[in-house]
Design a protein around this ligand. Structure first.
Ligand code: NAP
Length: 407
C-alpha cells in the first residue's frame, strides 16, 4: 500500500489546470516509484477553496498563483507550519527569497522552485544539486521565450518589433500586457534567482541591471547578418573574484555560439566553471503542461529527497561597469574625414574596432562597426562624444556582442 502525499494546490490557471491533469495521469507511477502517491487535498483560486482548510489537509503546498501577494503570505504560512512548498513563481523567489529560505530552514522543510526559471529545463536542480560542489563562474542564457520568439521572427521575416510582438500575442507567446517580458524585468527576476544559487550570495532584483528589446530595429538584424551575428535577449550572471555582476541585455552572438541556434519560444541556459568547462541546457521555457511537469518533479524530489544545499555566504559586491564588446550603428553624412573623426573619439576612450562596414552613399550612408571588448563606461563615453558630431544624421545605436567564437 502506498501512503498518500496530500497536495494543496493554490492557483488553478494555465499551470494549475495542467498540474491537476498531470497528477491524475501520473499519480500511480509516482506512487510506485516513491512509495507516496500524490493526491489533491484541496484547490484554491479566487472563487473556490479556503486556505486554512487546505493547509490543514496538506503535506505539500503547490503555489501557482503568481505575483507576490497573496502568494508570499500563503507560502510563508505553509513553511512556518511545517509544510514543504513547490512554486513556479519567479517574482516571489526573486523578491522574497531571503525571507522564504529562512522560514524553510527554520522549519526544516523544503522550498523548491524549478519551474520559476526556464520552465521545464532542470537548471535549478543542476546548479543546486549536480553542481553543488562546483565553483561556478558564469551562468547565462535565454530565459525569456517571448523575447526570443519576437527576435527570431524579426530576423527571419524582417518584421518590425511591433509586428513581431503582435504575432507573438496572436500565438499566445506574449501576454496582452507584454511589458515585463519585452522590457527585461521577467528575465531579471530569473537571473536574480540563478545568481543567488550559483554564487551562494543574497541577490535582489535591484542588483540586476536590465534592458529590453523594444528599441531593436529590423535593420540592426539585417546588418548584423553581414557579420554572421544573431540577436538574443541574454541574462548574464558572472563571478569576478570577490564581486558579481547580474545583467539582462539584448546581445549579438556569433554563429557557432551554443545559444545562437536557440530560436522561437525556446530557452537555454549555460553554466561555466574551470572544472566543468561548460554545460548547455535547452528546451521549452513555458507552457502549461511543461511547467506543470517541472512542478510535479519538485513534488517527487520533496517526497524522495533531502532539501538541496542552500549555503548563503556574505553579500558580494555587485559590479555595474564590466567589459563588453559592442556593435555600433551610425547614420552619417557621407563626407571626407567622417571615419577618421569617429576613430579618434573611439581611440581617445581606448575603444578598438574589430570590423567596420559602410552601407549606402550620400544621405543614406551608414557605418556599422563591431568593437573589441572594453569597459562599458569607456564605450558609452565615446558614443556620447560621437553622437554630438555635426555629421551624425540620427543618434548612434549600440548593442552588445559576445565576441567568443566557438568551433
Ligand atoms: N504559464 C506559463 O507558461 C508559466 C511558465 C513558467 C512559470 N509560470 C508561473 O506559474 C505561475 C502560474 O502561472 P499561470 O500562467 O498558471 O497563471 P494564471 O493562468 O493567471 O493562473 C493564476 C491562478 O491563480 C489564481 N489566483 C490569482 N489571484 C488569486 C488570489 N488572490 N487568491 C487565490 N487565487 C488567486 C487565479 O484564480 P482565478 O482562476 O479565480 O482567476 C488562477 O487560478 C506564475 O507564477 C507564473 O509566473 C507560468
Amino acid at each position: 500500500m502506498t501512503e498518500p502525499v496530500r497536495i494543496g494546490l493554490l492557483g488553478r490557471g494555465t499551470v494549475g489546470e495542467a498540474f491537476l491533469e498531470l497528477v491524475r495521469e501520473r499519480a500511480d507511477a509516482v506512487g510506485a516509484a516513491t512509495g507516496r502517491r500524490p493526491e489533491i487535498a484541496g484547490v484554491l483560486n479566487r472563487s473556490e477553496g479556503d486556505f486554512d482548510e487546505i493547509l490543514a489537509a496538506s503535506d505539500v503546498i503547490v503555489e501557482l498563483i503568481g505575483g507576490t501577494e497573496p502568494a508570499r503570505e500563503y507560502v510563508l504560512r505553509a513553511l512556518r507550519e511545517g509544510r514543504h512548498v513547490a512554486s513556479a513563481n519567479k517574482q516571489l523567489i526573486a523578491q522574497h527569497g531571503d525571507e522564504l529560505f529562512g522560514a524553510a530552514r527554520e522549519s526544516g522543510v523544503q522550498l523548491r522552485f524549478e519551474a520559476s526559471v526556464a520552465g521545464v529545463i532542470p537548471v535549478i536542480r543542476v546548479i543546486q544539486e549536480s553542481l553543488a560542489a562546483t565553483d561556478l563562474r558564469k551562468v547565462f542564457g535565454i530565459v525569456n521565450g517571448t523575447t526570443n520568439f519576437i527576435l527570431t521572427e524579426m530576423a527571419k521575416t524582417g518584421a518590425s518589433y511591433a509586428d513581431a510582438l503582435g504575432r507573438a500575442q496572436e500565438l499566445g507567446y506574449a501576454e496582452a500586457d507584454p511589458s515585463d517580458d519585452v522590457g527585461g524585468a521577467d528575465a531579471a527576476a530569473k537571473m536574480a534567482i540563478l545568481a543567488r544559487l550559483a554564487f551562494h550570495t543574497p541577490v535582489s532584483l535591484d542588483d540586476v541591471a536590465f534592458e529590453g528589446i523594444e528599441h531593436v530595429q529590423p535593420d540592426d538584424l539585417a546588418y548584423a547578418k553581414e557579420f554572421g551575428l544573431s540577436l538574443k535577449l541574454l541574462g548574464v550572471a558572472e563571478r569576478h573574484r570577490e564581486a558579481i555582476s547580474v545583467r539582462v541585455f539584448p546581445c549579438f552572438l556569433y554563429r557557432g555560439h551554443p545559444l545562437a541556434p536557440v530560436e522561437g519560444p525556446f530557452n537555454a541556459v549555460m553554466v561555466e566553471a574551470p572544472s566543468i568547462t561548460e554545460i548547455t541546457m535547452s528546451g521549452p521555457g513555458a507552457g502549461g503542461t511543461e511547467t506543470a511537469s517541472a512542478v510535479l518533479g519538485d513534488v517527487v524530489s520533496i517526497i524522495s529527497g533531502k532539501a538541496p544545499v542552500h549555503a548563503v555566504r556574505e553579500r558580494l559586491e555587485v559590479l555595474r561597469d564590466v567589459d563588453s564588446a559592442f556593435y555600433l550603428h551610425l547614420e552619417v553624412a557621407d563626407r571626407p574625414g567622417v571615419l577618421a573623426q569617429i576613430a579618434t573619439h573611439l581611440g581617445d576612450n581606448e575603444v578598438s574596432v574589430k570590423s567596420v562596414v559602410q552601407w549606402g552613399l550620400g544621405d543614406d550612408a551608414r557605418l556599422v562597426m563591431v568593437m573589441h571588448e572594453c569597459a562599458e563606461s569607456r564605450f558609452y563615453a565615446a558614443v556620447e562624444e560621437i553622437g554630438k558630431l555635426g555629421f551624425m544624421r540620427s543618434p548612434p545605436r549600440s548593442i552588445r556582442v559576445i565576441e567568443e567564437e566557438f568551433v
